[in-house]
Design a protein around this ligand. Structure first.
Ligand SMILES: *[C@@H]1O[C@H](CO)[C@@H](O)[C@H](O)[C@H]1NC(C)=O
Ligand SMILES: *[C@@H]1O[C@H](CO)[C@@H](O)[C@H](O)[C@H]1NC(C)=O
Ligand SMILES: *[C@@H]1O[C@H](CO)[C@@H](O)[C@H](O)[C@H]1NC(C)=O
Ligand SMILES: [Zn+2]
Length: 380
């Protein structure tokens, strides 16, 4: 029985390895494809293939408070005084339709200034737009990373300080912007709220095309819980990279179906009719900045057992995000190991039960033997 379990474990391991190596192969080949097309096409505007050159036209992109960053759960500071965020006017049911735009860099939904963050910061912040960052089927494309792991996609809801007249005025002011960000992973079910945007994707597939979508409750595009978040001072993640953003990244995540994510990755076109994908900037150096959290991470809780637990969790997340099946593959592995554990436990219990039966039989026998038949030879 034990051998059987070991064998299953071995087979499972080699399968995981195969999936991993095949996915990194396709990764490299699409990288090569991109090199080709880059050589032949001349880019007039900034793009995601030449991020290092952004700072030659936009000096702020070379600053010391740039975004995105890697969120290292072992190097964050728990701050219990971080106030909870209160949103107002996010439910747009019964308001006029919203404009959805493919601007060549992202998919962007315009938001009315009735949507506000009324508590959580020193001022009131007014919503302007939300947009997304994503990768390809092979490459997860969130901008921020958790312990160096990308999620498949990320949503940004951009707000500006209500003391300025509009987003463009506020964007260059030190206290100008607040962005709420959340990670998007793959779940088993269709996300009906995301479908309200994603169902209009084909209408905006061309660069600079837009359409209208019926208004809905924007709160439902964010994770259920907004109480656990990371907070740091950073920048716009696109040129001109102004270092004016107070970032909030939620610990709770959003899930969309595999089909929905694929639609986001495969529908929109950018200049020269190229696929609009991998629109994420590489993580930037911290340069001594603090990342605060409104919650205690497992690592920060500090016990040796907790630290070990989070290490194994990291490894699982890494494995699954490398195969780009993010959470669902992790779930499958968890179930498989759960079942294996149950089988092993059952086998052990059966073994123990048999041993006990044997032992009590032996005891009965020996008792009888002692009392009634002291001379009879004992069976094996
Ligand atoms: C933003 O406000 C400034 C100052 O009032 C104004 O000059 C500018 O045209 C406004 N920009 C937009 C995009 O509305
Ligand atoms: C961000 O910068 C402001 C102004 O310098 C500072 O008061 C605040 O503590 C910083 N926030 C974080 C999370 O470091
Ligand atoms: C959320 O917090 C838990 C506990 O610290 C951590 O394991 C997990 O990686 C975090 N996820 C995100 C997206 O921050
Ligand atoms: Zn963004």
């Amino acid at each position: 029985m034990l051998l059987e379990v070991l064998f299953i474990l071995h087979v499972l391991q080699s399968q995981v390895l195969t999936v991993k190596s095949s996915s990194s192969e396709s990764d490299e080949s699409s990288e090569r494809d991109e090199e080709h097309s880059k050589g032949s096409s001349h880019q007039q505007h900034w793009g995601y293939h030449d991020q290092d050159s952004w700072l030659s036209s936009y000096v702020d992109c070379g600053g010391k408070s740039q975004s995105p960053i890697n969120l290292n759960t072992r190097q964050v500071t728990y701050d219990p005084r971080l106030p909870v965020i209160h949103l107002e006017g996010y439910d747009l049911t019964d308001t006029p339709p919203l404009s959805l735009l493919n601007n060549g860099h992202t998919l962007q939904l315009s938001l009315p200034n009735s949507m506000r963050i009324v508590r959580g910061f020193h001022q009131i912040y007014v919503a302007a737009q939300l947009h997304f960052h994503w990768g390809t089927t092979e490459v997860p494309g969130s901008e921020h990373t958790i312990d160096n792991i990308h999620f498949p996609a990320e949503i940004h809801v951009v707000h500006y300080n209500s003391k300025y007249p509009n987003l463009s005025e506020a964007a260059s002011k030190a206290d100008g912007l607040v962005v709420l960000g959340a990670f998007i992973g793959i779940g088993l079910h269709e996300n009906d709220n995301y479908e309200k945007i994603l169902s209009a994707l084909t209408d905006v597939s061309r660069e600079e095309s837009n359409t209208e979508v019926p208004a809905f409750n924007i709160r439902h595009l964010l994770p259920n819980s907004l109480e656990r978040f990371y907070r740091y001072n950073g920048s716009l993640t696109t040129p001109p990279c102004f270092q004016t953003v107070s970032w909030t990244l939620f610990n709770d995540t959003i899930r969309v179906s595999r089909r929905q994510l694929a639609a986001l990755e495969d529908t929109l076109k950018t200049e020269h009719n190229k696929l609009l994908s991998r629109n994420f900037r590489a993580p930037q150096l911290l340069h001594g900045r603090n990342v605060l959290t409104s919650f205690q991470t497992v690592a920060a809780a500090g016990s040796a057992r907790g630290a070990h637990l989070s290490e194994t969790q990291d490894a699982n997340i890494k494995e699954s995000s490398e195969t780009h099946e993010a959470l669902s593959k992790g779930d499958v592995l968890a179930i498989v190991f759960g079942v294996l554990f149950a089988v092993t436990l059952l086998a052990f219990l059966m073994y123990a039960y048999q041993q006990r039966k044997k032992y009590s039989k032996y005891k009965r026998h020996s008792k009888r033997n002692v009392i009634y038949k002291p001379a009879v030879k004992e069976e094996a």
